[in-house]
Design a protein around this ligand. Sequence first.
Ligand SMILES: C[S@@+](CC[C@H](N)C(=O)[O-])C[C@H]1O[C@@H](n2cnc3c(N)ncnc32)[C@H](O)[C@@H]1O
Length: 229
Amino acid sequence: MAQQPYGPLRSFGRIKARPIKSRQASLLETLLPRIALDLSRPIDLLALKPDATEVWLEIGFGGGEHLTAQAERRPDVLALGAEPFLNGVASALRHIEAASLTNVRLHAGDAREVLAALPDASLDRLFILFPDPWPKLRHHKRRLIQPDLVAELARVLKPHGRLRFATDWANYADWTLERLTGTPKLVWTAQKADDWRLVPADHAPTRYQAKKLGDIAPVYLEFKRTSAP
Ligand SMILES: C[S@@+](CC[C@H](N)C(=O)[O-])C[C@H]1O[C@@H](n2cnc3c(N)ncnc32)[C@H](O)[C@@H]1O
């Protein structure tokens, strides 16, 4: 496998699976270039949506069900998304077109490239929903939640900005709690079990979540960036 600029390991599996339907293929050619993030320079968020009240990023949006549902509910938000799986990007483009969304920008690639192009303290919310669990012990090193990424998440969140992580794998929930609560700039906001056990009021269900492949009911871990510099 080719070496990636951020390290040798990919946190994702296939980049393309089934053939892409012709309408979606045409959206990849026409719509994607219009809303793709330019990562050749630091991202100028104000230029992307000058009237945005908040900026959100979803890492690994899959088919884009959650990203586009949130963008539709909150037209005042600039909703960024990163996903290397091309069939997923194509499906998200279909949702974006169907709902005539103008507040979504995508990167059809690794979210770590988006994070690297974001200024410090620039995001209000981050979503990592049902990331690839890599359940086998020898594959844990492929999990998205790794110290370098966690440091980047803390860097790009604004003070009091929030990160939501959801999984239906017990070991990945424990793994993530251990790593995120070990980051001085992030605080787990849960006060009681219902805070991580119940579906958050503003959640939109995802395609992967519906497959129920994990070993527990979904948990929703919400973290807040402290105000410390
Ligand atoms: C298990 S799927 C879940 C997709 C979606 N969040 C859902 O719940 O339906 C995990 C997704 O994360 C994507 N992914 C993995 N590593 C990534 C990375 N470094 N940057 C962006 N996306 C990534 C994969 O391509 C895959 O589509």
